[in-house]
Design a protein around this ligand. Structure first.
Ligand SMILES: Nc1nc2c(ncn2[C@@H]2O[C@H](COP(=O)(O)OP(=O)(O)O)[C@@H](O)[C@H]2O)c(=O)[nH]1
Ligand SMILES: [Mg+2]
Ligand SMILES: [Zn+2]
Length: 361
């Protein structure tokens, strides 16, 4: 296949955008890999090892100001296969989570994504609450979630039926696919959802079959796969990384490392969309700022009593919302501290100026 920039999903809207923003002798490429602030950028027909400019690094205020896999970037080439990244072009969508630990930062999973395949292995990893978390992250940024239940070859038919009934009850409108990377059941259904020029990513815990799925889609063993024991850390160690691939049918797909925590970001849109049934009923509550926990005249609690809202889903809704509120507090505190620090710096410079003046007088 002869490749050019269009094979990476380069769209007209982007080229229009570029005409407006870019200047200088740059060429545009897409980040296909990231290894600790070193990047691989592809222009379709060529790949470059790239670093960001000092200026980009210097003006970065948070981790999301650094390039991520999926980003469109302006680069300048200075050697056969070496380049400098000057600018990140505006992101059409960003899949991100709260950074692990107790930080006030978010971490980008991938950018410019149309569809996320959220994978859970049915034999030991199925968890509807976690699905709802991933769905919330997708809906925060116009990304369509597709729920994939993998390793169906390892479970009984009854287990499949039970899982699907939970999916239908709690995410009835969301597409789902039953998959085995071993028998290939469901692979053609998944392949059929992939369109030319659109960008997809696979997300989920470690060991659920993300890389195996991509190998199957590529029809070759490009990515290393294997069981990682999370308890003992023994066994074959797979260095997991983010990487973008172009499939034969023209779809673009990004592999991501396994995630242990799926922390909510501060964007409330995702949770509101993922739990829209609850939100809709909540419009009937007596008070418009009802928090649906113990308020008088709460339509959500009433629906819960009548069995019109799934109790597990409700509990997860309350939990993720609380977590989001806490995260927002953490961010607000951080900003306040930064502001305080900024003020201190200002005063410091004022003092220095005054001293300097005094010396000259
Ligand atoms: N039985 C079975 N094993 C699978 C399936 N998908 C992946 N595996 C195996 O599960 C292990 C982890 O797969 P991998 O793709 O590395 O998971 P990742 O961490 O999500 O990328 C490997 O040993 C795969 O061969 C599946 O559908 N059925
Ligand atoms: Mg993997
Ligand atoms: Zn209410």
């Amino acid at each position: 296949m002869i490749m050019d920039i269009n094979n990476l999903g380069f769209a007209k809207e982007l080229s229009d955008q570029m005409k407006k923003t870019s200047s200088g002798p740059f060429i545009v490429g897409r980040i296909t890999q990231e290894h600790r602030e070193r990047y691989i950028v592809s222009t379709g027909d060529q790949s470059y090892e790239a670093e960001i400019t000092g200026n980009l690094r210097f003006t970065a205020r948070s981790r999301s100001d650094f390039p991520a896999v999926g980003d469109w970037v302006n680069i300048s080439v200075y050697d056969k296969d070496q380049a400098i990244i000057h600018e990140i072009l505006p992101r059409r969508s960003v899949l991100e989570r709260r950074a692990a630990g107790n930080s006030a930062d978010t971490q980008i999973i991938a950018t410019n994504i149309d569809v996320a395949f959220i994978i859970q292995a049915l034999n030991n990893n199925f968890n509807m609450n976690r699905f709802e978390r991933y769905m919330s992250l997708c809906y925060s940024s116009h990304i369509e979630p597709v729920l994939v239940l993998s390793k169906i070859d390892l479970v009984s038919d009854q287990e499949i039926v039970d899982a699907v009934s939970i999916l239908k009850k709690r995410a009835g409108k969301v597409r789902h696919i039953l998959l085995s990377n071993t028998t290939m059941e469901g692979l053609s259904q998944l392949m059929a959802t992939i369109e030319k020029g659109m960008t997809y990513c696979v997300v989920g815990s470690s060991g659920v079959g993300k890389s195996t799925l991509i190998n199957n889609l590529l029809r070759k063993n490009t990515l290393k796969t294997g069981e990682i024991s999370t308890h003992t850390n023994k066994g074959r160690h797979i260095t997991e990384h983010r990487e973008l691939f172009v499939l034969e049918n023209g779809g673009i797909i990004i592999d991501t490392p396994g995630m242990k925590e799926v922390g909510m970001t501060d964007n409330p849109k995702g949770i509101t969309t993922a739990f829209q049934e609850i939100i809709k009923i909540g419009r009937e509550c007596k008070f418009h700022n009802c928090n649906h926990i113990n308020d008088e005249g709460c339509a959500v609690l009433e629906a819960l009593d009548k069995g019109n809202i799934d109790r597990d889903s409700y509990n997860n809704f309350i939990k993720t919302q609380k977590e989001q509120a806490r995260f927002r507090t953490t961010i607000a505190e951080k900003r306040k501290k930064e502001k305080g620090f900024g003020k201190m710096l200002k005063n410091y410079h004022k003092d220095i100026n005054r001293l300097n003046k005094g010396m000259h007088e």
